[in-house]
Design a protein around this ligand. Structure first.
Ligand SMILES: C[S@@+](CC[C@H](N)C(=O)[O-])C[C@H]1O[C@@H](n2cnc3c(N)ncnc32)[C@H](O)[C@@H]1O
Length: 251
């Protein structure tokens, strides 16, 4: 059942979940890039360097908040996302905030089509856990970056995903990585299939090395005061393993 149709399954899930997701994560994300749950922000971590005048591509932009925040700082931003609903929200958000950002409905598997465009910075916030072929994506990112360009992405911390938030015990084997699918019944009785990838650290780091991008730093940020993404996260677990990890690479 999984495989070729997984990307389509993810699109359907995100189209259905978009309204709830946007309500939960609040609009405060439009003044600074927020790297993820309890994961701190760009103004604190300073991973992107000076952004004014830079060409930025955001992968899995959702409601476009990070691109909008960077556009406010003087960057020229393009955001792509597989979900029509998310892109629709992103366009409305940009209009309401009075900034120009190009938002495109495009899956990760098609970002090669953005060529011959080149970018100084590529970012992705909590989205690459939905990327089916990370190796192919990294290769395309390398092709889209100018020499010396930066790729910063955050994902759910692989260790956090292992834990059961209820009893704070390890719920499954670290080695049981790969595409996972959950059947969900929502309060309105509709059934949805949520698919994502669980990756080991080596499943992330080795494809970066093989892509030719240089891994400059890996950050495991922890901002205990997070009020933006904190919904649904159990403090007792978050205090032990922060849910977010950030990688910075350079071409
Ligand atoms: C957790 S949300 C993060 C959204 C946004 N970056 C943020 O910080 O709020 C993950 C996003 O990845 C997008 N996504 C999932 N699979 C994708 C794919 N194959 N190609 C492009 N976008 C995808 C979803 O539509 C969703 O908007």
């Amino acid at each position: 059942m999984l495989g070729k149709n997984s990307e389509e399954m993810m699109r359907k899930w995100w189209d259905s979940a978009s309204e709830y997701y946007q309500k939960e994560i609040s609009a405060d994300k439009m003044t600074d890039v927020q790297y993820g749950p309890f994961g701190s922000s760009e103004k604190k971590l300073k991973l992107l360097g000076k952004i004014r005048g830079k060409k930025v591509l955001e992968l899995g932009c959702g409601g476009g908040q990070a691109s909008i925040a960077l556009a406010k700082e003087g960057a020229t931003c393009t955001g792509i996302d597989i979900s029509h609903k998310q892109i629709d929200t992103a366009r409305k958000n940009a209009e309401n905030e009075g900034v120009k950002v190009e938002f495109l409905e495009l899956p990760f598997s098609h970002i090669g089509e953005l060529k011959p465009k080149k970018f100084d910075v590529v970012i992705s916030i909590m989205a690459l856990q939905y990327c089916i072929d990370l190796r192919a994506l990294l290769k395309n990112v390398g092709n889209l970056l100018v020499k010396g360009g930066i790729f910063v992405f955050s994902i759910e911390h692989p260790f956090y995903l292992l834990m059961n938030p209820k009893d704070l015990r390890i719920k499954e084997s670290y080695f049981n990585s790969g595409l996972k699918m959950q059947r969900e019944k929502w309060p309105d009785n509709t059934v949805h299939y949520f698919a994502h990838y669980d990756r080991k650290i080596s499943d992330i780091v080795n494809p970066i090395i093989d892509s030719g991008l240089k891994l400059e730093t890996m950050v495991e940020p922890f901002d205990s005061q997070d009020k933006i993404w904190g919904v649904g996260y159990r403090k007792a677990l978050v205090n032990k393993i922060a849910p977010t990890v950030v990688f910075k690479c350079r071409k």
